[in-house]
Design a protein around this ligand. Structure first.
Ligand code: SF4
Length: 666
């Protein structure tokens, strides 16, 4: 008997009740895998995409031969969901999937586990420290690495035996692997790499596909070829920004100063450090120019050739090549210092290594999709400067997706599939897409636009912020339950937060805020409010739910619309996109990121069928026909514009979201 696609995937679901549209999602992925295409799946939160993807993979593998799948996630949380589903498959369906699950190298490192000092160092410092130990730089080594790997690529007998027994026992959860490795004194990260060559399913973060050195070290080592492997990119709405952030970086004059002090302390040859000193001087001069022209926190585009010529002439070096050569030597010195510090029992950090590596990358990033800039920053009384490199275009890195045998990009909010295909440089001839409807009762969700507010740049000022704060204060007095308020930028966040007079427990995001603190704050206080920036850490990939998975929020309030800031970097992006997409440049540089950020913010509200709440967008521009046309169908149908606060409160009351005491007074 021939089974339909639905029947095939259904056999691999570990739960008796399928969620609304879950089967459609799974069947779509199955068909994409079978055909070898690239699928873009927009399936709202709550559909259960992770198990839908795993079931689709198992069904497709059964039919199309034993290919591997690489599941790539952005956050640790997402990876843990897949681990849980694998366990459910093992326990409920009896399907054993050989898996290799990568956590971050630092989390998997036995040395970090046993040495308190290592836990506090930055990730880049840790990677370099580990790399130095593996290469026995300066006479120091890692015994766990040497017990696991021979000649830089082969497993030792001990490592091979452990991998065999892990495969036999089906023990592939990261904690199980870590404990087994600890017992045998083997590096868990290296063992997981060996495990990958035996696995059907590999779970890791996006870097395993997107960063060439990581791809080479993990996939090539396991002899995994992209052309015969499937990939699932989870939360794929974040891919463009993830890639841009991955290939962008900044270095401050503070770090350069510390590097020069470090050089003096460790006796680094002045013929090397003078290049660093020259960079610092040039950046400070350009930074002062940027400050007087634009103020703080505003990027000013600079010409890298001019900067490098200036550095070369101040140091009497011939040309760019010599500058980079000196920087490479300086980086080696930094590594020597790192190992010296480690030998002295200090954290293995080196400002010199960090600065030299950044500057060498900065100097050689000559492609047209990079923009170089300086900006002034103020912390307290101190004014200092940052030199930066911004990647404008994710497609050179992201188009690796085309190399996979088949791939699925899925998210709750892939609202503009064309945008993702274009900016990620996907092969459109292989792409197909599916957009699934909102799965929960729409009567439990209000979508309201406050027509009397905006965050439009030209309107910003005392009058606007006072008005916005007044409306917010009134809404917070009326609302029953918890709220999350988002703003387009930290600047707006500060303006609005400073004018709030509500006596609700308030947590305002800053650079030190941890997601877990915001979650605890919401769980602890039934009337809590969190404030954050759209696109920031409290707006994406965060589950504001209680222990039972029920949504905690009664309202998500977006103050204004989260358009990207208009500045010189943004202009450079528009120009670059104009050369790639012509008339779609503004759409892709401005409108699509705004819609994406709004979708993420709104996605914090309803997490299950029982949840009820309101999304309030305080910006009249959200009701403009061109803006609404970009929203999904259920939004277009349900969204309502309200000019008066009374009408908004009536809408909230109709969902039972207004305090009785407020209604009594009204
Ligand atoms: S080789 Fe493994 S155990 Fe050794 S430092 Fe690196 S990650 Fe840690």
């Amino acid at each position: 008997m021939t089974l339909s696609s639905e029947q095939r995937v259904k056999r691999f679901f570990p739960y008796s009740n399928l969620r609304p549209y879950q089967l459609e999602a799974s069947t779509f992925i199955y068909d994409v895998f079978k055909e070898g295409g690239i699928g873009l799946l927009s399936a709202p939160c709550g559909i259960g995409k992770s198990i839908a993807a795993l079931a689709a993979y198992l069904a497709a593998r059964e039919e199309a031969g034993g290919f591997r799948v690489l599941v790539l996630t952005r956050t640790k949380n997402q990876a843990e969901i897949y681990s849980r589903e694998l366990r459910a498959l093992r326990e409920r369906v009896g399907v054993e999937v050989a898996a290799a699950i990568f956590k971050s190298k630092m989390e998997m490192c036995l040395k970090v586990g046993e040495d308190e000092k290592l836990r506090g160092v930055g990730y880049q410092d840790f990677l370099r420290y580990c790399g130095g130990l593996k290469r026995r730089l300066h006479g120091r080594r890692c015994e766990y690495y040497e017990a696991a790997v021979i000649e830089g690529w082969r497993p030792t007998v001990k490592a091979r035996r452990l991998v065999e027994s892990l495969v036999r026992e089906g023990a592939s959860m990261p904690d199980e692997v870590y404990e087994a490795c600890k017992e045998e004194s083997l590096c868990p990260y290296e063992v997981t790499k060996f495990l990958a060559s035996r696995a059907d399913l590999i779970i890791g973060n996006y870097n395993y596909a997107l960063l060439p050195p990581v791809r080479a070290s993990v996939l090539s080592r396991a002899r995994i070829k992209l052309g015969s492997t499937a990939a699932v990119f989870d939360e794929a709405h974040s891919l463009p920004r993830y890639v841009i952030d991955l290939f962008s970086d900044e270095l401050s004059t503070r770090s350069m100063k510390r590097a020069l002090e470090e050089a003096e302390r460790f006796g680094v040859d002045v013929s090397l450090t003078r290049v660093l000193a020259a960079f610092k001087d040039v950046v400070e001069e350009l930074g002062h120019e940027a400050y007087s022209e634009l103020g703080v926190d505003e990027e000013k585009i600079v010409d890298p050739i001019r900067v490098l010529r200036d550095v070369a002439s101040r140091t009497e070096l011939e040309d760019l090549e010599e500058v980079v050569d000196v920087l490479n030597h300086l980086e080696d010195e930094g590594e020597r210092i790192r190992q010296l510090k480690a030998a002295e029992g200090k954290p293995p950090t080196s400002y010199i290594a960090r600065c030299a590596s950044f500057l060498a990358d900065w100097a050689t990033a000559t492609e047209s999709f990079y923009a170089a800039y300086v900006k002034a920053v103020r912390r307290g009384e101190e004014l200092y400067f940052r030199l930066g490199l911004k990647c404008l275009d994710p497609s050179p890195a992201a188009s690796v997706i085309n190399g996979f045998r088949t791939a699925v990009l899925m998210s709750g909010t892939l609202w503009s599939p064309e945008y993702y295909m274009d900016v990620l440089g996907l092969d459109k001839t292989r792409c197909r897409q599916l957009s699934l409807p909102y799965p929960f009762p729409r009567r439990n969700r209000a979508l309201i636009v406050d027509l009397a507010s905006t965050s439009k740049y030209e309107r910003r000022g005392e009058m606007l912020w006072s008005k916005v704060a007044f409306r917010l204060n009134t809404l917070l007095r009326a609302l029953k339950g918890r709220a999350a308020i988002y703003t387009p930028s930290y600047e707006v966040l500060r303006e609005v937060a400073s004018r709030l007079s509500s006596d609700r427990p308030l947590l305002v995001e800053d650079e030190r805020t941890k997601v877990v603190e915001a979650l605890e704050h919401l769980r602890r206080h039934p009337d809590a409010v969190v404030m954050g920036v759209a696109g920031g850490k409290l707006s994406e990939g965060v589950d504001f739910t209680d222990a039972e998975g029920k949504g905690l929020l009664s309202a998500v309030i977006m103050v204004g619309l989260p358009y990207p800031k208009r500045n010189q970097l943004h202009e450079a992006l528009v120009e670059h996109y104009r050369s790639r997409f012509g008339g779609l440049a503004v759409e892709y540089a401005r409108e699509a990121p705004c819609i994406n950020a709004l979708a993420q913010v709104a996605g914090r509200l309803i997490r299950g069928p029982e949840d009820r709440g309101a999304v309030i967008i305080m910006d009249y521009r959200a009701m403009r026909p061109r803006f609404r046309a970009r929203l999904p169908e259920d939004w277009r149908e349900d969204i309502k514009g309200r000019r008066s606060l009374e009408r908004i409160i009536e809408d909230l009351a109709s969902l039972g979201l207004v305090e009785a005491s407020f209604l009594a007074k009204a």
